[in-house]
Design a protein around this ligand. Structure first.
Ligand SMILES: [Zn+2]
Ligand SMILES: [Zn+2]
Length: 157
């Protein structure tokens, strides 16, 4: 599988290939070799994040939102131009076509597993339907924790 994670050492987004049983996760940027916890892979499932101590992961559609928005906006612009030139059929055709492209792209895109805590992303995992989907409460818990950490780092000794 392919992993995108924030490297704890150089703090750059790093990409690495990893397969179950592999004991280290390398960062191509700074050469750090992250130790992969032994309990990370169990029963064909990723049980925890490899880049941070979190055990909370969720599955989400691997769809670049900006691309989706860009396609819709493009369709809207073309459609408006068609309206302007009194071509209602073309106007609808553009809207329809771009909406269709969005749907098709959405279906073609695979799923990714994400870490609530550090935002690491895991692609190409088997049995993706066995993972839990996004939970706002868990997300909020990690968000609050992040804020607290930032504050204590700010006012700490
Ligand atoms: Zn690094
Ligand atoms: Zn993580």
């Amino acid at each position: 599988m392919q992993i995108t994670f924030p490297c704890p050492s150089c703090e750059q987004p790093a990409q690495a290939e990893w397969s179950p049983g592999q004991e280290r996760l390398p960062c191509a940027q700074c050469g750090l070799q992250l130790d992969v916890p032994a309990d990370a892979w169990d029963d064909g499932l990723l049980r925890r994040c490899l880049a941070c101590p979190s055990h909370d992961l969720f599955v989400r559609k691997d769809f670049p939102q900006r691309l989706g928005v860009a396609i819709v906006v493009t369709g809207f612009v073309f459609s408006s131009v068609a309206w302007y030139y009194y071509q209602p059929l073309w106007a609808f055709a553009f809207l329809f076509a771009t909406a269709l492209i969005d749907v098709v792209l959405y279906l073609l895109m695979g799923d990714a597993i994400c870490c609530y805590r550090c935002g690491a992303q895991y692609r190409g995992l088997p049995d993706i339907e066995r993972y839990q989907s996004f939970n706002l409460e868990t997300h909020e818990r990690y968000r609050q924790e992040k804020i607290r950490l930032a504050e204590s780092a700010h006012t700490g000794p």
